[in-house]
Every structure is written in C-alpha cells, then in structure tokens.
Write a protein that binds this ligand. Structure first.
Ligand SMILES: [Zn+2]
Length: 511
C-alpha cells in the first residue's frame, strides 16, 4: 500500500495507538472518513451558485454533438481556474475535454457528456411550447447539469485531497456527441482509460439511483448506401437499376427478420436518401439503421444479420452496397462493489428537500404532459430496483475496460420524457440546481471512497473480472472508423449566431 495513503487514511486514534505501542501497525482499511465527506459536502454547498451558473451557461450554449466548442471552452477555463490540468483534442475530437488533478494512483475517472439535441430550444420555466429560437437545438435531456455536478465535485475533491494529503488522481472525461453515441469507443481505442482504476458514470434523472449489472442496451448505428443506374421512369425503366428499390427491400427484409431475432432486439431506421422524383430511376438510396440488443455480442450478431439482408436487397436489385458504421455502444456494465458504495452515499446525502412551489410546479407540469401528478421524487430507488433501460449511451464501452459505477441524480420532473422539448423546461430551474448539488455530493463522496479504500478497489476489480469472464470487450466500431468531425456542423452554424444573443456570459467562480 502506498505510504501516503496509509497516513492519509490513518485516524486520530490509530495515530495514538502507533505512538503508544512504538511500532507501525498496518493502517486500518476503511472508506473515506465522515470528516472528509463532510468537508467535501460543505465545499459543494458553498459553491451551489457556481455549480448552477456553470450548468446554466451550458444550457444556453445548447451545442449539438461534435460542435461543443463553447461548452468545451467554458469547462476548460473553469476547471483550470480550480487548478485542474485540462486537455482538449484527444483521439481526434476537438471538443473532447479531459481534466486531471492530483498524481499517481489510484486513478479515478468521472465520465459524462454535455451535448444538446436538435430542435430542443425552449424557454426555461414555460410549460407551453415556446422555443427561445424556433428550430434551434436545446438541452432537452439536461446534459448541461452534468457540467455543474462534475465541476462541483471536482472542486470539493481537490479541497479534501489537499487538506488530507490524499494521493491519487481524479480525471474527468467529457465525451463529445453522446446523443449520437459517438466518442467513447474512440476514447477507449485511444487508450484514455487504460491506466484508470475505476470510473464513475453520471447522468441526470428524476430520482437518485444506481444499479448492478447491465444498465442499458448495446447499439450499432450504420448507414447503408445502395448505388444503381439512373434511367427515365417511363421511357426506358428496363435500363435503370433502382437504388431506392434496394432501400425498400432492405426495410421489408429487416421486418421479416424481426420474428427471428430475440424478443430483446430492437431495430429502427430512417430513409436518408429516397430518390429525387418519381420519373427518375434513383441511382442512389440510403437508409440509416440503429440495431440494438441487451448485450454487446447479441447487438453485433443482430447487426451482422441486418447486413446480410442489405446484401440480399442489393442482389435483388442489381445495385451495389456499402455501409458505414456511424457509431456503436456497449450496454453499461455497473459494478456491484462500486454500486454498493454509491448507494450508501446516496442514502447519506438523501433526495433534495423540495419546496411546495417546486412540487406544485412539477404537478402542473405533469398534468400538462398527461402523466401521473406525483410531484418530485421523495426517495431514492433502492439498490437493484432500476431495470435495464432500452436506451444506449456510448459510455458503455468504458465500463467493459474499467470497473465502473453508475448513478443518476434527481434533477428533473418524474414522467417528463427526455428527447422531447418538454425536458428542456426545467434544466435551469431550482429543481435542477438542487439535484445538481445532491449529485455532486454523491459523486465527491464516492470518488473519496475509491481513493481511500484499497480494499474497495480490490473488490471492484475482482467483481469486474467475474463480470467480464464470459464476455470480453471488443470494439464494435470498425478499425477504419474516424471521428465524424462534420457531424451537426451545418445545423449548429445555422443557429449559433442567433443563439449567441441568449448566452449568459457569466463566469462561474468556485471558492
Ligand atoms: Zn444522456
């Protein structure tokens, strides 16, 4: 065990025992002390305003994946202002942000994202549809809250690590374009997580909750391109080879395939190029598929069968086929040993105490979207009570290379669905701000446990070995895949000048 760690973890009584006996006893092995956690929580509470200000700034940036330039800049400046070393541009992603403080082991990573969604622009607090800018992107999931939670926890952790001379490194990874499942397989491939001992994934939710085992779904996103030969639709259609026929036949083929996939499978698509006009036989057709299942291996198995259907469609139409895997994600694997510690910290921190105004607002909001008027969450989900979600997050890849915990913090209104403008109503309200403070406390406390309890890390690593014994990580992304630098650029450039007018331009000051 590291000598500094031994002293850092030594309690006052252990020091007394050491001097009394005159010999060095092995230090007691335990998680972060209550005093350390209390110090962290006081730092978070003291900085509640800065936490909110940071997240609110990011809300108004509302940047789509790969275009998180303003968000990356503000995160970089803020993290540097609290003493973190920050890099951008890793793995070929200009908006990837990686921040670190401390030195040596253990190395604990916090993993999150700050991207927004298309057409999510909405006036905060208005439960009527009222975009800030019609058609513009917006934070209709609340990823902006991830900024406040992570930097709030980072600031608190640095305070405690300095005060108690705790060795180890805290890293924060803000992966670009989570909403399109883009960056994490690349970050894993670039080796960013290879020296990390444990990772914590955080996400906004409407309740506090962690989980054990598989937390969500694997997914592969791929565009299939068929190329044929154009001809006049009436004059000489026999000379044409219709690429849109291939698209339609692939769609029908996948629908026939569904019956022979496991009930856990999911596949959904959009036709991205469906010809020009009816009397021109289309020489180009494109269809974009998401294929999912509840494990990584099943996801790739389904995907390979979908590729076969595409090949069949190309044969039937005498067209040629190519496909590009745009993105991929493993389901998140949540480590039991880390989850147990997260749960303890959730129980100690507790769900925020909501005011009657906040609860009244939540009920009115729930009524307006047609879900049960239950108000805000009053208690955390018990351990094991969170079912596997059908959605995906590309941070799942991290969890198959590093023992990872995973929790959501209560910063939105129960029943209000994400990926819908309604979820953009609350991310800058007090409901979100209170949830961020609670989330930052749990995050800081759990990182402290991981930093100070070598036994916990040992258990987490043993659990990870067991969980990954049968299923080994492999990249679902083809080796030739490159970061999609142009993704969302056009849309962001279209709206950004107008969006700039709503920027808050406040500098969050942590102290
Ligand atoms: Zn998300």
């Amino acid at each position: 065990m590291n000598k500094h760690l031994a002293i850092g973890a030594l309690s006052a009584c252990a020091f007394a025992a050491l001097f009394a006996t005159g010999r060095i006893e092995p230090p007691p092995v335990h998680a972060a002390t209550d005093e350390q956690k209390k110090l962290a929580w006081a730092a978070v509470e003291r900085n509640a305003e800065a936490i909110a200000a940071l997240s609110d700034n990011i809300y108004y940036f509302a940047e789509l994946g790969m275009q998180e330039h303003e968000s990356a800049k503000l995160l970089t400046e803020t993290l540097q202002s609290i003493g973190f070393r920050v890099r951008t541009g890793d793995a070929g992603f200009p908006t990837n942000v990686w921040a670190e403080w401390g030195s040596g082991s253990p190395r604990i990573a916090i993993v999150t994202e700050v991207d927004a969604l298309p057409e999510g622009s909405q006036t905060p607090g208005s439960i009527e549809r009222k975009p800030l800018i019609a058609g513009a992107p917006g934070h209709m999931e609340g990823h902006n809250a991830h900024a406040g939670v992570t930097v709030g926890a980072a600031y608190a952790l640095k305070q405690v690590m300095e005060r108690y001379k705790l060795p180890g490194t805290v890293a924060i990874s803000y992966g670009p374009a989570e909403e399109q499942l883009v960056s994490r397989p690349f970050l894993v491939r670039a080796g960013l997580f290879k020296d990390i001992d444990a990772a914590l994934l955080i996400h906004i939710g409407s309740t506090f909750g962690t989980g054990i085992g598989l937390m969500n779904y694997g997914a592969i996103s791929a565009e299939f391109t068929f190329r044929g030969k154009t001809a006049h639709g009436a004059q000489n259609p026999w000379d044409g080879r219709d690429a849109v026929d291939a698209v339609v036949l692939m769609d029908a083929g996948v629908n026939a395939l569904r019956e022979h996939l496991r009930p856990t499978a999911r596949a959904h698509r959009t036709i991205t190029h469906g010809g020009i006009q009816p009397n021109i036989i289309a020489d180009l057709g494109k269809i974009w598929w998401y294929v999912r299942d509840d494990t990584g291996p099943k996801t790739i198995e389904n995907f390979n069968r979908v590729v076969k259907v595409a090949e069949g469609a190309a044969i039937m139409t005498s067209t040629t086929l190519s496909h590009e895997v745009v993105a991929s994600a493993w389901p998140q694997l949540s480590n039991r040993s880390i989850a147990e510690v997260i749960q303890k910290n959730i129980d100690s921190v507790g769900t925020p105490v909501w005011s009657s105004e906040e609860n009244d607002f939540a009920r009115r909001f729930q009524k307006s979207v047609g879900v049960p008027e239950v108000g805000l969450a009053t208690r955390a989900i018990p351990l094991g009570g969170r079912p596997q979600s059908f959605a995906s997050n590309d941070n799942g890849d991290v969890t198959w290379v590093v023992p990872s915990g995973n929790f959501q913090f209560p910063a939105s209104v129960p029943g209000v669905q994400y990926h819908n403008w309604v979820a953009a109503v609350t991310p800058t309200l007090s409901i979100s701000h209170k949830g961020q403070v609670a989330g930052a406390k749990v995050l800081a406390a759990t990182v402290l446990d991981l930093l100070t309890d070598p036994d916990l890390l040992k258990r987490a690593k043993a659990q990870f070995a067991l969980d990954t014994k049968e299923t080994k990580y492999f990249p679902m992304l083809p080796a030739s895949a490159k970061p999609p630098l142009e993704l969302n650029r056009e849309m962001m450039e279209k709206y950004r000048p107008e969006m700039r007018k709503s920027y808050l331009n406040t500098k969050p000051a942590f102290r």
